[in-house]
Design a protein around this ligand. Sequence first.
Ligand code: NDP
Length: 432
Amino acid sequence: LRRNPGEAEFHQAVREVFESLEPVLRKNPQYVDAAVLERLCEPERQIIFRVPWVDDEGRVQINRGFRVEYNSALGPYKGGLRFHPSVYLGIVKFLGFEQVFKNALTGMPIGGGKGGSDFDPRGRSAGEVMRFCQSFMTELYRHLGEHTDVPAGDIGVGGREIGYLFGQYKRITNRYESGVLTGKGLSWGGSLVRTEATGYGTVLFAERMLATRGQDFDGRRVVVSGSGNVAQYAIQKAQQLGGHVVACSDSTGYVLDEQGIDLPLLQHVRDVERLPVSTYAERRGATFVPGRRVWEVGAQVALPCATQNELDEGDAAALVRSGVLAVSEGANMPTTPKAVALLQDADVLYAPGKAANAGGVATSALEMQQNASRDSWTFEYTEQRLAGIMHAIQDRCLATADEYDAPGSYVVGANIAGFTKVADAMLALGVV
Ligand code: NDP
């Protein structure tokens, strides 16, 4: 705490993982002797830089850029970039820390990193976003490479921004290095299913979790927070499985649409017009509730897909009262520790993000594989690989939870399985 003052989200993420580790350390004193935990509290490298750019009025704007290269024991640093005004070092470090264990859980050869900026893309023209991305990459490029550090998207960074970032990387380095970024467009090195992967994976995880109790999505009332990339494809997959998705949200409030969310309309409003969900509600004749959280409408399956700490104990209590069966996290750390405890006490199936949203980064690794072999796979084949990876993560979580006397705890399973994979690699590589 003293070494990292004021980084509340980072402290929360570290505490959440370390709380699961006591029995592992008792069984494996070699991790203690090699100071693995202490090393895991310190990212391998943290880069902070100035991002100057000129807005449409000709004014000079200054933002702060970050890349935290957290751990490379398993492979090159891999993890997204977030552009949002709330971004500061504590958020980037929490996301980087989580990413290390998530990437380990996928079973793929990728280390963990995360980055971003306090730049707010909302209300900015496409030209401003492009100039910002170019300036951001003009500093970051020297730290990247397909064998070094491979960023992707996150909040505020979608296909458009990845395009601008890749264009500038290519221009500066004079290298068409496809494997340096993931989430690329299909015509220039992207992978089918990458756009859908995080949301789809979260729902596939929930589906399998429900199946352990003989339940499924069919006819269930589903509520999703957010309306960005992860939320949209969580809605799509839940609908494909027969779920009735009645609500979603953004930072201004939520929409309740008892007819079921019309995804093409939502995508048009959010991605083409770049307008808030209240516009969707207006056009659809649905209810818009400003300034409140979506959980109050109640659900059988809840899918938090917006941001950290967006589901607190009051929200969890409301969900439990409404008869929620499962909560599967598409976002990173969306459920507060007290809310997690409340859900677990109520015997609700709960999947932490580092397991349930790992489909995004896993498909990024599949994109890297396709780039390396100059190949491109079909949608069906890639989706099958994604489903296989999500199922394997789930099986690994459950087997590890059993091994450590916490049957059914996806939290214990994910934390311990992710940790031991990284810790064993760190031991093998010596004190570095
Ligand atoms: P997007 O930018 O596409 O969408 C984010 C959504 O969340 C928007 O609806 C946004 O509303 C809402 N949101 C963001 N910040 C807040 C806030 N402070 N309060 C309320 N609502 C907010 O991002 P993604 O869908 O890519 O990411 C969503 C979550 O999923 C994040 O936690 C991210 O880390 C995680 N994730 C993403 C992956 C990916 O592949 N993209 C992979 C794994 C995890 P508004 O537009 O009004 O701000």
